[in-house]
Design a protein. Structure first.
Length: 96
């Protein structure tokens, strides 16, 4: 995570470790990671902010539905990035 600047670190329970949370806080990020069920001391987290993670996961799911994106048909970043942007526009238009 070094070199990454963000307000929050949103992750699932698999990333609930003291080292990750400590590193995020050291970099000035607010960790939004639900605690594992077997933690002796359950940590509070912003549940409403964590729900937004679902939107990002769904966007990746829809992007992988396009064969050209899933198989990385465009081999260079100059053509892959516009392909991603076009698909995101299509997703946004379908949602709106």
């Amino acid at each position: 995570m070094e070199g990454i600047v963000a307000e929050c670190l949103i992750a699932d329970r698999g990333y609930d470790s003291d080292a990750i949370i400590e590193q995020a806080m050291k970099q000035g990020m607010k960790p939004v990671i639900p605690p594992r069920k077997n933690r002796t001391r359950q940590r509070p987290y912003d549940e409403n902010l964590y729900k937004l993670r679902h939107l990002v996961e769904n966007a990746f799911l829809h992007l992988k539905g396009w064969r050209g994106i899933a198989t990385r048909y465009a081999k260079n970043s100059a053509s892959f990035l516009p392909a991603i942007q076009i698909r995101c526009i299509v997703l946004w238009l379908n949602v709106s």
